[in-house]
Design a protein around this ligand. Structure first.
Ligand code: NCN
Ligand code: DMD
Length: 344
């Protein structure tokens, strides 16, 4: 069994809140920036949290369910985008450079070979099976993919990260994500399945049918978190779940990206509910169902930007906001220091 997950330090949260209320502004006037700073205080166990050192790990994998015509793009794009990540040309590469974040790319299940690329080669299988008709993975494969994610989190933390971001790349992965969200949060297919990379109305109807069929296969079965991942998940999604679990076990919070990341977070929570206290949501993705997935996680997104890219891009975009929240918390003068009169 892996290390257990502790609760964030409540006393540090309270001390940070007290500091927020002593800073030269009307109480609560910095809104969510105040609560975010207090949450980092609790995660780091200190009233004034250290500046953030973010690390981004993009997990890539392919999906057998693409045989059902659920994506606007062919599976070959997954590997092609991994090459683009390695060459520094993808959105997440630009964002990682802009926020000075360590960026690592992990092949956990891409179809075909990616020789000589400067990425982490940790392929558990060459894609998943078609979840519409059979389990996407074996539980052994899920355990291996979870461990790939855990190892990646440990590497990031060893190299100094105090904020983790998991990104995903996998043509077809909004289908397993939707299936996981429906099953794990007990939500209706039509509320959760969306257009992903941009399928048309007929494609959407087909994708709903595919997800409904997968859920139907499992109806009435009691399954563990690992078993649900095996039936409905993906290799990169399982790795992301392992990444969140390990971060939490090591006392390092994760900033949850979009739709796929939220499905992975729900899977992580099904494995260990204590992980939830170590998660912060970045943006609300345009993907149908993300709002309900976040609600099921008990997370409030920081921003809504109409994004639906994946790769960890929404989370990376939110990092400067978090850095500002902590800087305000650390550097603003108190009423006493500035000689400003407090409210009556
Ligand atoms: O993160 C999101 O909210 C998101 C929403 C829609 C699509 N994506 C990305 O698009 C790919 C999956 O879309 P699809 O249509 O192939 O299932 C995958 O590589 C994801 O990273 C990501
Ligand atoms: C080009 C492309 C880039 C992506 N990045 C994440 N998902 C993606 C899907 C496509 C199709």
């Amino acid at each position: 069994m892996t290390q257990s997950i502790a609760l964030p330090a409540h006393a540090s949260y309270q001390a940070a809140l007290q500091r927020q209320n002593s800073l030269t502004k009307p109480a609560g006037s910095l809104g969510v920036l105040e609560t975010v700073a207090c949450r980092f205080a609790a995660w780091q166990g200190q009233t004034i949290p250290a500046a953030l050192t973010p690390a981004i790990t993009v997990f890539a994998g392919d999906h057998g369910v693409t045989a059902e015509g659920v994506s606007a793009y062919p599976s070959i794009v997954t590997g092609e985008m991994v090459k683009n990540f390695a060459a520094g040309g993808a959105a997440i590469c630009v964002l990682a450079r802009a926020i000075a974040a360590r960026l690592e790319v992990v092949d956990v299940g891409v179809l075909g070979q990616l020789p000589d690329l400067p990425i982490v080669h940790a392929k558990v299988a060459a894609g998943t099976a078609n979840l519409a008709v059979e389990a996407a993975m074996s539980t052994t494969e899920v355990e291996a993919a979870l461990e790939v994610g855990r190892t990646a989190a440990r590497r990031a933390i060893e190299q100094g990260a105090n904020l983790l971001i998991a990104g995903d790349m996998g043509i077809g992965n909004t289908t397993p994500s939707a299936a996981l969200i429906c099953r794990l949060a007990n939500l209706e297919v039509d509320l959760i399945v969306g257009r992903g990379t941009g399928i048309d109305d007929a494609g959407l109807a087909n994708k709903r049918r595919v997800v409904a069929q997968a859920l139907q296969r499992l109806q009435g079965q009691q399954l563990s978190g690992t078993q649900v991942l095996a039936e409905l998940g993906g290799l990169e999604i399982a790795a992301m779940a392992g990444f969140y679990l390990e971060g939490a076990a090591q006392g390092v919070p994760s900033l949850v990206d979009g739709f796929i990341a939220s499905a992975a977070a729900l899977a992580a929570r099904a494995i260990d509910p204590a992980v939830a206290a170590w998660l912060l949501a970045s943006h609300r993705s345009e993907e149908t169902g993300h709002r309900l997935a976040l609600e099921a996680l008990g997370l409030e997104p920081l921003v809504e930007l109409g994004m639906r890219l994946g790769e960890g891009s929404g989370a990376a975009t939110c990092v400067p906001l978090l850095q500002l929240a902590i800087k305000l918390h650390a550097e603003m003068a108190t009423f006493a220091q500035a000689g400003v009169t407090e409210k009556d």
